[in-house]
Write a protein that binds this ligand. Structure first.
Ligand SMILES: Nc1ncnc2c1ncn2[C@@H]1O[C@H](COP(=O)(O)OP(=O)(O)OP(=O)(O)O)[C@@H](O)[C@H]1O
Ligand SMILES: [Zn+2]
Length: 685
């Protein structure tokens, strides 16, 4: 019996037809991703997009079975696509060799999918994907393993807690600073010390480390210009393993340090086999054995020479567990310290495991977790198709892959009420703009200031909403702060920050979500999510306000296309902006291609402000359009109106296109977008 027939018997023809209409995104084509792909290829989905930033390494081959030895060094996503395409030429599979956090994959990209599957290996990326899916209400499935443990969850806004709701366990082991710096007892203490030394030497400015005289002396020497890199490496070796050890042996507390071994470079040089290139040896025999002190001294000095050169070129050389030079330096530094303190030596493999926080991937745990993830995927799709939440309940599944594999099937845990990613009240306003054209100042002026002005006009004298003293932050970093009593130099600094492009601001922050806090009452004023659109047709900001309907689901009500900043002199622009703020338009009904009606009426409510922008004619500003609408009175059927209304409709539809949202109510006094997942039908007069 063919696989197609088996699937038909198992799932029914209608369900398989439903799959033909959906687009799925799989992020991560590693251990779990390969397994998930193996099953997904059986279902003829409309399109399957796969994405991974990495290339194939030999160590992947034991469990990432789509890859073979000759694929080494090639991009995972492209190889997976090619391998599957060879077997199933009809498959519509699109691959990306990219980081999902790249600007090109903002909400606009995510909107195309009805389901997102994560097969990743790090929390940061999971959290990023989670945020996108929560905003767009796209069902998300996650799976992951750590050694013999694993888990898989369905994450769906409003139904389960989201990835960011999960408490993060701080599993990191800590060691007393004096053990690491002064008197190590175990190899792990020396590995941590070596990693620390690497960081201060190649990753930071040395003089910033003010708690160590030794490092300050070293800094002065190696950042000076009178010595060659080789001499600097030799100086570093002497300072750490000779001078400082002697200092400890001769110090006040010298009893504890009598057993320490002093390493003298000149003596070790005499024992060294100079014909050998230890630094570049990468064979298993070398990596899996320990070596003599002269070999480690040689590697220490030579790797230092290379790394310090690289630092000069790149200004920093971050720790990278897969980089040979980095691991050679850390292994040598660790073992030289082990020799000084009579601690057993470590192979480069052992050092890499500890320094890189590596938990070995277990192929069988991967397979079990992938099988669960795919079962959950099918369950979720069936639930969407049959609309039966009772039959297909959401679970959190935890796996312990011991001699007897245990699966713990738990009810989804509670939402975190303060979760910024899925709490409906904290959902961000979305700002579409070209990061290379819009400045922070433009955002502050057009969004925050105009909002603050409205709040000041608040007749009820409600001071709480006024936004005079505020801060803008991304994660734990404060991007911008403003208060009415700022000193002149602070104001100047702020002015400089306001001139910065959004692209410059987010260069330093991985997350383009910002939180604006009202510092007067220490409450969150609003969260915003910046989405980069290259060559965005509308110059300036394009803001989508999210609002809730009575069912507490998000409706996408208002699109504001703002700030036609090009080709206009400032004065005129200001006037137009003022005019724009005075006018409120409300969309009620009108004509579109399908003879549905759309018209514009005045409205009292500030919230319902809707300004149409002609996407095809960026030089015509919003205010000009308002004027043209005014001159036409409230008659909606002039050519200009219909075209601009259609433009707006197009813009709005663009936001809802292909994603989880669609227009459901066009007949009332506002356009409402509702989630497909909530099963509301498209309803147009
Ligand atoms: N931000 C990201 N964008 C795209 N792909 C990512 C991102 N972060 C991680 N990945 C991919 O997720 C996959 C996770 O797979 P897996 O856990 O098997 O890791 P691996 O790197 O293949 O294995 P190992 O770490 O054991 O060598 C990797 O292929 C990795 O490249
Ligand atoms: Zn959450």
């Amino acid at each position: 019996m063919s696989l197609g027939r088996i699937n038909q018997l198992l799932f029914g023809k209608e369900f398989l037809n439903y799959l033909n209409e959906i687009n799925i995104l799989l992020i991560g084509v590693g251990g779990i991703g390969c397994e998930v792909l193996k099953v997904l290829q059986q279902f003829k989905v409309k399109s399957l997009h796969i994405l991974d930033l990495d290339t194939i390494e030999v160590s992947n081959l034991n469990r990432q079975f789509l890859f073979r030895k000759h694929h080494r060094g090639h991009f995972k996503a492209h190889v997976a696509r090619d391998v599957l395409k060879q077997e199933y030429p009809d498959m519509n599979i699109i691959s990306y060799n990219s980081n999902i956090k790249d600007a090109q994959f903002g909400l606009k990209f995510f909107k195309n999918f009805q389901l997102v599957i994560m097969a990743l290996d790090n929390q940061e990326t999971r959290s990023f994907v989670n945020k996108q899916c929560m905003i767009l209400n796209i069902p998300l499935i996650d799976a992951g393993t750590t050694g013999y443990k694993g888990q898989s969850f369905i994450l769906k806004r409003g139904e389960t807690r989201c990835y960011d709701c999960f408490p993060r366990s701080e599993n990191k082991k800590t060691y007393p600073a004096c053990t690491i710096r002064t008197l190590p007892e175990k190899p792990v203490h020396c590995i941590i010390w070596a990693k620390y030394l690497y960081t201060v030497l190649f990753n930071e400015k040395l003089e910033d480390d003010d708690d160590s005289n030794l490092l300050q002396d070293i800094a002065k020497y190696i950042e000076g210009e009178n010595h060659t890199d080789l001499e600097k490496g030799q100086y570093l070796f002497k300072a750490i393993f000779e001078t400082d050890v002697n200092r400890q042996k001769e110090g006040e507390d010298n009893q504890k340090f009598q057993h320490l071994k002093v390493l003298v470079r000149e003596e070790l040089e005499g024992k060294l086999d100079k014909s050998q290139d230890y630094l570049h040896r990468q064979d298993l025999k070398f990596l899996q054995s320990t070596h003599t002190e002269e070999v480690y001294m040689d590697i220490f000095i030579k790797s230092f020479e290379h790394l310090i050169k690289e630092k000069r070129q790149k200004s920093c050389v971050p720790f990278e567990k897969d980089d040979n030079l980095c691991m050679k330096f850390i292994t040598a530094a660790c073992n030289l310290r082990c020799i000084v303190f009579s601690i057993p030596l470590q192979t480069q493999f052992q050092v890499k495991e500890v320094a890189g926080n590596i938990v070995p991937a277990i192929a069988s745990t991967n397979s079990i977790v992938s099988a669960i993830e795919i079962t959950e995927t099918i369950k979720l799709l069936q639930r969407q198709f049959y609309n039966n939440p009772q039959k297909y309940k959401n679970r959190e599944l935890y796996i312990q892959n011991d001699i007897k594999t245990k699966i713990l099937d738990a009810k989804p845990g509670n939402f975190n009420p303060n979760c910024m990613s899925c709490n409906q009240n904290l959902l961000p306003h979305i700002i579409y703009c070209d990061f290379n054209k819009v400045t922070l100042g433009e955002f502050i002026n057009s969004e925050l200031r105009s909002k603050a002005m409205q709040d000041e006009d608040d007749d009820e004298g409600n001071d709480d909403n006024k936004l005079v003293n505020f801060s803008i932050s991304s994660g734990q970093f404060i991007i911008y702060e403003e208060d009415e009593y700022q000193e002149e130099d602070e104001q100047e600094q702020n002015e400089a920050k306001r001139q910065k492009l959004i692209s410059e601001i987010f260069k330093d922050f991985s997350d383009s979500r910002v939180v604006v806090t009202n510092e007067d009452n220490n409450s969150i004023h609003q969260t915003y999510l910046f989405c980069h659109i290259e060559n965005h047709k509308i110059p300036g900001l394009d803001i989508v306000r999210q609002e809730k309907n009575p069912n507490n689901t998000v409706t996408w009500k208002t699109v504001i296309a703002q700030s036609d900043t090009v080709n206009k002199d400032e004065e005129q622009k200001k006037q137009e902006e003022e005019e724009q703020n005075k006018k409120n338009y409300k969309e009620v009904k009108g004509d579109d291609k399908n003879n549905n009606t759309l018209e514009i009426l005045d409205s009292d409510s500030e919230d319902d402000l809707v300004i149409c922008e002609d996407n095809d004619n960026p030089s015509q500003g919003a205010a000009e359009k308002e004027k043209s609408k005014q001159s036409n009175g409230k008659q909606p059927h002039s050519e200009t109106d219909v075209s601009s209304l259609n433009q707006k409709r197009k813009a709005v539809q663009e936001i809802s296109d292909g994603g989880a949202m669609q227009i459901i109510d066009d007949s009332d006094d506002e356009i409402i977008f509702e989630d497909q997942q909530d099963n509301k039908k498209l309803k147009v007069d």
